[in-house]
Design a protein around this ligand. Structure first.
Ligand SMILES: Cc1cc2nc3c(=O)[nH]c(=O)nc-3n(C[C@H](O)[C@H](O)[C@H](O)COP(=O)(O)OP(=O)(O)OC[C@H]3O[C@@H](n4cnc5c(N)ncnc54)[C@H](O)[C@@H]3O)c2cc1C
Length: 400
C-alpha cells in the first residue's frame, strides 16, 4: 500500500490548485487522487463520477457578492500570469466581464461600486440601455437594463487548461498523481486508508483533503454528509464561423442575472475553441425544469443522455439569438452539467474530522476563485487554520 503525508481527493479546479500549493511543502509526500474526464460516450460504471468543469470556458469576474468573494476572485487572478509563465499553458483570456440586471439595479449592482472601490477594482457602471449599447454593441438586452463592466483580468478562464496547469506545477514540485476514484475511507494508523475503485491497491495518507465538488458526499470519505443540494444545469453551444469568431474575439463574458418566467441566472461566453476544433458561443441558465439529485445513479443518468432535455433547446436558443442579434449560428448542441449549492451559498473550507478536511461548495462561482480556494485549503491543512485576515466562519461547513 502506497503511503503519503497528504492525499487530495478530487483532481478538479480546486483540488488541483490545493495540490499544487501543498506540493510546495510536501513534495513527493503529496498525492492528488482523481479520475480523468470520462471519454464522451464511454460506458458508465457504478463508480463513474463527473465534474463541474468539463467545458472550454468559465467566467472570471472580479467584484463578487461580498468582500470575501471579491478578495478570492482578485487573489485568484493575481496567480494566473505566474502559473501561465511557469507551465507554458494559457488558460486566461482577460476580455472583461459584463454583469447586467434586466430589471433596474439589483442587490449586486447596488453593492458593486463600494465593493469594487474598497478592493481597487476598476469598472464602469452602465445605467441604461443606451450606455450598455455604446459600451458593448454586440449585446442586446430587454427590459430596463443596468450594467457593470469590468476590464481584464476579468474575462474567461479555460478550466481544463487551468486544471492541467495546476497539475503540471504540482508535478514540477515533486507531487504525485494517481488516476483513481476513491470509494471509501477509514481511519487507520493515525491517518486514513483510502479505498479505490477498479481493484486498485488501497492508499494510506496521514492527512486527507477532500475536494470532490458536487460528488463530496458520494466518495465514502466523510463521516457525515456536508449539507448541499445538487442541481442539473443546461448549457447550449452555438457554433460560429471563423469570421464571427474573429469579430467577437474580445466580447466580454456576460452574467445576465435577471429573472424571467421560464429562465434565470443567464451567462454567456464568447467564441471558444472546443475539443472538436470548432468554435462555439456558450450560454447557460437555470430553468424551472432543472432536476435535483440525491444519488450518484441519478447524476450518472443525467450525464449519460440529453434526450429528455432536447425540448428545452428552442428556449435557450431563442435567448442566445436575442442577446447576440445579427450573429449567424451554424449548429446547436445541448449539454448537461452539474452544480452544487451550500445552505450559506458560500464555499466551504472546514475540518470534517482530525486529519480530514473538506473544500467544496462551488455555488456556481468557484471556477473564478479556484486558485485562491485551493491556496486557503492548503494553508489550513498545513497550519490548522486559514491565513491571518480570513474569517473561518465565512467558510464554515453545515453538516447534515
Ligand atoms: C455549466 C456550469 C457553468 C459554470 N460557470 C461558471 C463560471 O462561469 N464561473 C465560475 O466561476 N464558475 C462556474 N461554474 C462553477 C465551477 O465550474 C465550479 O465552481 C468549479 O468547477 C468547482 O471546482 P471543484 O474543484 O470544487 O469541482 P470540480 O471542478 O467539479 O472537480 C471535482 C473533481 O472531483 C473529482 N471526484 C469526484 N468524485 C471523486 C471520487 N470519488 N474520487 C476521486 N475524485 C473524485 C472529479 O473527477 C472532479 O475532477 C459553472 C458550473 C457549471 C456546471
Amino acid at each position: 500500500m502506497q503511503r503519503y503525508d497528504v492525499a487530495v481527493v478530487g483532481a478538479g479546479l480546486v483540488g488541483s490548485a490545493a495540490a499544487a500549493y501543498l506540493a510546495q511543502d510536501a513534495g513527493p509526500g503529496l498525492c492528488l487522487v482523481g479520475p480523468p474526464e470520462p471519454a464522451e460516450g464511454a460506458a458508465i460504471l457504478p463508480h463513474t463520477v463527473f465534474a463541474s468543469h468539463y467545458d472550454a470556458g468559465r467566467i472570471q469576474r472580479l467584484t463578487g457578492k461580498d468582500a470575501t468573494w471579491t478578495r478570492l476572485n482578485l487573489e485568484a487572478t493575481q496567480a494566473y500570469a505566474g502559473l501561465e509563465a511557469e507551465t507554458g499553458l494559457r488558460f486566461h483570456a482577460p476580455v472583461g466581464c459584463l454583469y447586467v440586471s434586466p430589471h433596474w439595479a439589483d442587490d449586486y449592482l447596488q453593492a458593486a461600486p463600494a465593493l469594487a472601490a474598497a478592493a481597487g477594482v476598476q469598472a464602469t457602471y452602465l445605467p441604461d440601455a443606451a450606455a450598455l449599447a455604446k459600451a458593448v454593441p454586440a449585446y442586446r438586452f430587454e427590459g430596463t437594463p443596468v450594467g457593470w463592466l469590468e476590464g481584464g483580468p476579468a474575462g474567461i478562464i479555460m478550466p481544463r487548461a487551468l486544471v492541467a496547469a495546476q497539475q503540471s506545477r504540482m508535478r514540477q514540485r515533486g507531487g504525485r498523481q494517481l488516476a483513481a476514484t476513491v470509494i471509501g475511507a477509514q481511519p487507520e494508523d493515525g491517518g486514513y486508508r483510502l479505498r479505490l475503485a477498479d481493484g486498485q491497491p488501497h492508499l494510506w495518507a496521514r492527512r486527507v483533503l477532500l475536494a470532490a465538488g458536487a460528488f463530496t458526499n458520494m466518495t465514502g470519505v466523510l463521516p457525515r454528509p456536508l449539507a448541499m443540494t445538487l442541481k442539473g444545469e443546461l448549457t447550449v453551444l452555438a457554433e460560429v464561423d471563423a469570421d464571427t469568431t474573429q469579430r467577437l474575439a474580445h466580447l466580454p463574458a456576460l452574467l445576465y442575472e435577471g429573472w424571467f418566467d421560464d429562465r434565470d441566472g443567464i451567462y454567456l461566453t464568447g467564441p471558444m475553441r472546443y475539443p472538436n476544433g470548432r468554435y462555439y458561443v456558450k450560454m447557460g441558465c437555470n430553468v424551472p425544469e432543472d432536476p435535483y439529485f440525491n444519488t450518484l445513479a441519478q447524476v450518472q443518468a443525467w450525464f449519460a443522455d440529453t434526450a429528455a432535455s432536447q425540448a428545452l433547446l428552442p428556449r435557450l436558443r431563442a435567448q442566445v439569438e436575442a442577446l447576440l442579434p445579427g450573429v449567424a449560428f451554424a449548429s446547436w448542441q445541448l449539454r448537461h452539467c452539474i452544480i452544487h449549492r451550500t445552505p450559506s451559498l458560500r464555499p466551504v473550507i472546514d475540518q470534517a474530522a482530525p486529519g480530514l478536511a473538506v473544500v467544496a461548495g462551488c455555488n456556481g462561482y468557484s471556477a473564478m476563485c479556484a486558485d485562491a480556494l485551493g491556496r486557503l485549503a492548503a494553508h489550513q491543512m498545513v497550519h490548522g487554520q486559514l491565513p491571518a485576515g480570513w474569517d473561518a466562519t465565512w467558510f464554515a461547513a453545515d453538516w447534515r
